[in-house]
Ligand binder design. Sequence first.
Ligand code: BGC
Length: 775
Amino acid sequence: MKFSASTLLLSAQAAAAALNNGTNPSEVPYYGLSPPVYPAPVGNGTSDRSWAKAYKKAKALTAQFTLEEKMNVTNGFEGLCVGNTGAVPRFGIPSLCFADAPDGVRGQEFVSAFPAGLHLAATFNKDLMYKYGKALGEEYYGKGIHVALGPSAGPMGRVMRGGRNWEGLSPDPSLAAVAMGAITRGIQDSGVIATAKHWLLNEQEARRRPSVDESTPERRVTDEAISSNADDRTIHELYAFPFMNALKEGAGSVMCSYQRANHSYACQNSKLMNGILKTQLGFEGFVVSDWRGQRSGVASANAGLDVVMPDHGFWGEKLVEAVNNGSVSEERMTDMATRVLATWYYLEQENNFPETTYRSYSTVGDPVNVQADHSDLIREIGAAGTVLVKNVNKTLPLKDVKMVSVYGYDATVPQSPWQNPNRYGGGYEVNFGWNTFNGTLVTGGGSGISTPPYVVSPFHAISDRIAKNKGTIRWDFYSEAPGPHYVNTEACLVFINGYASESFDRVSLTDEFSDNLVINVASMCPNTIVTMHHTGARTVDAWIDHPNVTAVIYGGLPGQESGNSLADVLFGDVNPTGKLPFTIAKKEEDYGELLNSTNSKDFFPEANFTEGLYIDYRYFDKKNITPLYEFGFGLSYTTFGFSNLETAVKADVNMDEFPDPEIDIIQGGHPELWDVVATVKAHVENTGDVDGAEIAQLYIGVPGDDTPARQLRGFERVGPLVPGQNHRAVFELTRRDLSTWDVEAQQWRFRRGTYKVYVGSSSRKLPLEGTITIE
Ligand code: BGC
């Protein structure tokens, strides 16, 4: 499959004309435009041998299919699973079962609740990212689910108050990319098709879908969905970037998103599906619509949609009719069905795939138990994604404490509603219902939630520790101003959270009740330790400087082992390595235009991504705003020193400005994009007095004044190291890491010149500086 830029370049002229007319707020090529890219590329399995084999089998079958049979496999049917394709019994093709969520099989018994994506990202740990995907995949597999509806890198978290940021990974494209790749590989190594979602620019919940008047026979649209408008370079370097890694690792499915992208609905956007995904990135699998996200029949088919969910939508018999009257080519319809079957073969699901035992809650009988020993991994990831940001005079770890007090609704599992009617937290489905009252937050809300088999609350885990130490624990989960103070208490542990869900964006990153609670406890207790469970950034300006707030933890969304993971850190069994996967501002206003989603009353609302590449820490760097806690920051119980920076450019790879045009694109993009072109090495030394590991981070300053000052391009876990020990971190930089997207050439291109190299422990603590020169 070769990429041709001609269609796109023609459209660039149109874009320039539109911009000259002053119709767009940004002067960047393609901004707000979705140039047409037709016809849809036909999948052929040229990426590698496994795809080739899979395509051979799939093509042999679809050649014998009737139109109705092709329609059947590209079409959703409501049934057992969240989505189900139609079967072709004549050839033994089963109905494929699609199910959520990215952090655990949702709505089933005897499944595990893994930490959310955002929590996993905070581990900055590649090994755990892979193990997460692998274990998750095993649970899907065990339940006979063919297609897992995750991982998610959209939203990335452009909007700080976005409702689904926690389902995704991080607003940093490299961190999100590494995680997307590792999770995808993990899921698929377990035999389950991974779905990279939501493609693309799905950054807010407000008006993500059109409103439809169901009372009118034609289901009249009363307003359209938001249009996320972004320029071509931003699409490639920021939003599509993490998806590339999922594709590189073989992702079999991609879900197109609900909203409009550059004015065209994502599930009928030919530039995004035919152009970027299937041409530039050589996608061999199938594109599935988000649930009821299809907005047209012929247009979506020709723009590259392959499967519609959860029902036939605008297709079914209508698609057959469209093929019969020539509006959609039969080749296109064959390609849709072939892509589904090829992916099924690619994952070898034709061989003894477990029976689908996904089922409704009311089914009586023994459900298949797929939890295995995943609780150990969940506990480990829970602790590894726990981020310590304040620790005055070594408040933590708690050593040999005999008496603690525990405060706040987030410390315990959900209680009866009458005990506290205000819902500040409580993110998990109790008994599979929506009666979530103030419990500890282990997952967010909406289709992305996990369904814990049980939850170990912070209170539960801390009680266990205190009991073992023959101590005393006191608590108050409900009061905003608890009291009186237990004078022999050595530490007051306060638990608060910040809930968010699919379907709506957050109205604040804080809440008054929680802030008051912290201040009230701190006003009586000289050793107040605050833990937050959160679905994204949580600002803390109301109390962070209070002298009695001695330690602060960003506890993320840790899943079912929540309390155990936290206690492992609090009591020092685990020396924290977690790092913030986003920026914590001193105050909410500092996020500027990136704080809120766009809320407009227009029939055609617009969200203008005019900040381009500059989201999260890139925005803070550009605007020269000092954050409270920067991206990549997190404390350990020990300290680390960095030294001996070495950089080297490889001699044995193609270093031409553009990748070799003679080489074919494969899934994930041009193969040379993944060539290691340079290495960076640095020593990390444990300079403190306890054992610990550090996440060494590499940031790059790409030459030019149109690039972010620093971009994360590598992270390596070093250690555990004993005090005084040092170890070398080795970072490998690929061609893509050192390229920018050239809009004219429609290629990734090296910038000739000197790249700045920074190594350290966060995006702002970068003691080592050097350079790499690309001649
Ligand atoms: C969500 C998807 C999800 C699907 C199926 C949609 O509302 O946006 O992420 O996979 O529902 O539950």
